[in-house]
Design a protein around this ligand. Structure first.
Ligand SMILES: NC(=O)c1ccc[n+]([C@@H]2O[C@H](COP(=O)([O-])OP(=O)(O)OC[C@H]3O[C@@H](n4cnc5c(N)ncnc54)[C@H](O)[C@@H]3O)[C@@H](O)[C@H]2O)c1
Length: 293
């Protein structure tokens, strides 16, 4: 503990359960001395433990659907009331794709679902900042962070329309980062996190294989949810006041890799196993052919 957030007040979206990245951020922010308000949808709160976490951390829970302007207006008003002043930091840790949930592939998307994916996972970030700015609810020099994934830049099999949502999310961070930075020195960044075993993460096709691949490729290994929380705390602190409009990779080095020794080893082994199996299969076919004669 470094007291990095002593005297700061933060609003955290997306803590569903103990695995959630936002859950870890909330716990670390409280440890670092921040006063918090936690929010999530009313349904998520019933399924998960957002309200219990709020109670444990001595904060309050205010339900809000991050796609609803009415909910966000109520949330921002109540948060400022609770704090008795402006908000120093906001975490947007929200993602959901109905296309992924319903198993719709990228070349057979339901466009109504796609609108929902974009609204929940990206446009909600714009809505949060627009509502908070109109209400002048963010303190000068404040910090806003959203969570992203490298599928915004590179194609990763199975990430589906969430890749498009993340690209939009990162663009919104830059566009709004300019406005909020110019006006009040408020920073806006996205953190591009390693694959992480959470409820949202487990919706991604082949998460276990993806995590294993990323682990083998990353010189420092995959970043856990707790590692991510530690990094996000630095972005909320006064130590990073000039970092803004960035997509910051927090992935053990994965984003700069092409091929690693550990991944090459597995690939070579898999390749020789596959070739041996193909050869055995060919021999089997030859034998069965000659038996038939
Ligand atoms: N898990 C990973 O592998 C991974 C990797 C990189 C980035 N991320 C991103 O991290 C963020 C947090 O996800 P997580 O992995 O902690 O999973 P999670 O399932 O714990 O969190 C997702 C949260 O989004 C909330 N949410 C969904 N719809 C909402 C709405 N309409 N309004 C308000 N909240 C809503 C859920 O209730 C939940 O709390 C997401 O943006 C996700 O894309 C995750």
């Amino acid at each position: 503990m470094y007291n990095l957030l002593k005297g700061k007040r933060g609003l955290i979206f997306g803590a569903l359960n103990e695995q959630s990245i936002a859950w870890k951020v909330a716990e670390r922010a409280a440890e670092e001395g921040a006063e918090l308000v936690l929010t999530n949808t009313a349904m998520a709160a019933r399924m998960g433990g957002t309200a219990e976490l709020a109670e444990k951390l001595g904060s309050i829970f205010i339900p809000a659907d991050a796609t609803s302007i009415e909910d966000l207006e109520n949330l921002i008003d109540k948060t400022v009331e609770q704090f008795g002043g402006k908000i120093d930091f906001i975490l947007h840790s929200i993602g959901m794709s109905p296309n992924v949930r319903k198993g719709r592939k990228y070349d057979d998307l339901d466009y109504g679902f796609l609108q929902k994916t974009l609204d929940i996972s990206a446009i909600s970030f714009h809505k949060v900042m627009q509502v908070a700015r109109k209400k002048d609810a963010i303190a000068d020099g404040g910090s806003i962070v959203a969570l992203s994934y490298i599928a915004a830049q590179r194609t990763l099999y199975g990430y589906n329309d969430m890749a498009d949502a993340k690209a939009l999310l990162e663009s919104i961070a830059r566009s709004f980062g300019y406005i909020l930075g110019r006006e009040k020195g408020i920073r806006v960044n996205t953190v591009s996190q390693s694959p992480t075993p959470t409820t949202a993460g487990s919706g991604v096709m082949g998460l276990d294989s993806l995590m294993d691949f990323a682990e083998r490729m990353s010189p420092c290994g995959n970043a856990s949810a707790l590692d991510c929380a530690d990094y996000v705390i630095t972005l909320f602190s006064d130590l990073t006041r000039k970092v803004t409009m960035q997509n910051l990779f927090h992935d053990g080095g994965f984003s700069s890799m092409g091929m690693s020794r550990r991944a090459m080893k597995l690939y070579s082994q898999g390749l020789s196993d596959m070739l041996a199996a193909e050869e055995a299969n060919l021999e089997f076919k030859d034998v069965s052919k000659s038996l038939k004669k």
